[in-house]
Design a protein around this ligand. Structure first.
Ligand SMILES: [Zn+2]
Length: 169
């Protein structure tokens, strides 16, 4: 099975209805400062503050950090998981890409998927300064806050989410 090079979120095409926005769905990348989007506004505030600080600094290098996906409702996460199971053919394979609502760091407001490879590249180089770390080798776009990263660096990557103990509560 070929690995996708886009966030699973991009597999869903949706209309920009109010209810979809309320679930955290984004039809196109948005600014880290767009407080009208629940996907951004519902992120945990330390993560959001770190992201906004990085987005401000990256502008000096003409890199715009945009959010492809942030906070998601449990219902939206489950919808993504269902789509992933049908795309990848089994729950086991889907689990490498999309977490359940119970385990997803997006549902708890602790994760952000960054749009565009230049911004992902900038954050993978500089994110540690803000506590923003990549977590999974197969999801370069997915960042979470690790507050001790400023002192001790980002933790080693998990190959994919199935290696992450927090996916197996
Ligand atoms: Zn993610």
């Amino acid at each position: 099975m070929q690995a996708p090079n886009v966030s699973p979120v991009e597999m869903l095409s949706g209309n920009d209805s109010a209810s979809e926005r309320a679930s955290g769905e984004l039809t196109s990348p948005v600014s880290a400062f767009d407080g009208t989007q629940p996907a951004v506004a519902n992120l945990n505030s330390p993560l959001l503050a770190a992201l906004q600080a990085a987005a401000t600094d990256s502008r000096d290098e003409n890199i715009e950090i945009l959010v492809n996906s942030g906070w998601r409702s449990a219902a939206y996460q489950n919808q993504l998981l269902e789509k992933a199971v049908s795309k990848y053919g089994s729950p086991e394979e889907a689990a490498r890409w999309v977490a359940t609502a119970e385990t997803s760091a997006h549902v708890s407001g602790d994760a952000v998927d960054v749009a565009h490879f230049d911004a992902i590249g900038w954050l993978s180089e500089h994110g540690e300064k803000y506590g923003l770390c990549q977590i999974y080798a197969n999801e370069s776009w997915h960042f979470e806050l690790r507050t001790d990263a400023q002192a001790s660096g980002c933790p080693p990557l998990f190959r994919d989410p199935t290696e992450d103990p927090k996916m197996h509560p």
